[in-house]
Ligand binder design. Structure first.
Ligand code: CA
Length: 342
């Protein structure tokens, strides 16, 4: 939460739905803005509430990054299909948390350059993106018992489909999130190491003692039938697991593979600019020292490519998607295969 000592003013965002009303409501989270195009305008973030009596609340979010389409698409579909009769308690669906970014087909907001998932806990007096973050931190998350935030690689990464949770100080909270990450039923489940956790939505939720499950579900700035099926099945499984809907969870045919990212050596980052050739496919096994990528100098022929080698044994879980790379880009992520995540 915010470290400032003066009390924060209420959020400028208001909801057009009543979160306490039974039934299905489709509406908006409205943030007033004043621009050249609309002097008395508003950013309109679509929201669906499906409520049926007492029970837990699940908050399902996509579009935290605006170019991660598997979650956005699946939540738009769920918002149309979920009925109050299906639900015990309340399901709140926000397919595009960072609506300006999603409408622009970008990871970050065209209004202020803001990366929503680096803007938490947010600020009611800040930029558009910071105001959205603040609204989720202070108004949406307190309504929820469990939060599922659907990510994927977006335009610049392609990532194996997995449900993920984090190591937490509260071991009961950690156990509940890990169970949810597994029950999502993606082919992989991951204990995730974040390069920079401080300003993530994840941390804003976890610090309120809520159960938080994240996913990665593909990427490349589009979706595929296979990944949509994994995403939609996973959301159904998540709601069943936490008692929001009835039914049997549906796990993948192959046993789930457990992955751990123990430290920053999982990330292979480019120290060169050029043309990327990955020598491995997602899901391939990697040995420490193995060449996993080459970067070619495109300004001349006859030059040796720079080779990048794995710094650890494991599995290729994420790769840069575009072929052109710049210094500092993550080329690959190698996770460790483990017997158990407990
Ligand atoms: Ca993301």
């Amino acid at each position: 939460m915010s470290k400032r000592s003066t009390p924060m003013r209420p959020s400028p965002i208001s909801a057009t739905v009543d979160f306490e009303a039974d039934g299905v409501q489709h509406g908006f989270l409205k943030l007033p803005i004043s621009t050249d195009e609309s002097a008395w305008g508003a950013v309109m973030i679509p929201v669906t509430v499906v409520k049926n009596g007492e029970g837990p609340t699940a908050l399902l979010t996509g579009g935290n990054h605006g170019d991660e389409y598997e979650g956005i698409t699946a939540l738009l579909k769920l918002a149309r299909s979920l009925t109050a009769n299906d639900v015990h308690g309340r399901v709140i669906i926000v397919p595009m948390m960072n609506m300006p970014a999603a409408m622009a087909g970008k990871r970050t907001s065209p209004m202020d350059g803001g990366n929503l998932n680096r803007s938490f806990p947010g600020d009611p007096d800040g930029t558009v993106t910071q105001r959205i973050a603040d609204y989720f931190t202070r108004y949406m998350v307190p309504l929820a018992d469990v939060v599922l935030d659907l990510h994927s690689g977006g335009r610049t990464l392609d990532i194996l489909p997995f449900g993920a949770s984090h190591l937490l100080d509260d071991k009961n909270q950690q156990r509940q999130a890990l169970a949810g990450a597994k029950s999502f039923g993606a082919p992989y489940a991951m204990m995730m190491f974040e390069l920079d956790a401080a300003a993530l939505f994840d941390t804003a939720v976890e610090s309120q003692g809520k159960v938080f499950v994240a996913t990665e579900l593909g990427g490349g700035g589009s979706s595929t039938p296979e990944r949509m099926a994994i995403t939609e099945r996973g959301i159904r499984n998540f709601l069943i697991h936490y008692g929001l809907t009835d039914g049997e969870g549906e796990m993948p045919a192959e046993p789930q593979i457990y992955l751990d990212m123990p430290d920053a050596s999982c990330y292979v980052q480019s120290e060169h600019t050029g043309l990327l050739e990955l020598t491995l496919a997602l899901g391939d096994t990697v040995s420490k020292g193995q060449v996993i990528a080459r970067v070619y100098d495109m300004t001349r022929t006859g030059a040796e490519p720079v080779e990048y080698r794995a710094q650890r044994d494991g599995l290729l879980v994420a790769r840069r998607f575009p072929a052109l790379v710049n210094m500092g880009d993550t080329l690959a992520v190698i996770a460790e295969v483990v017997e158990s995540l407990d």
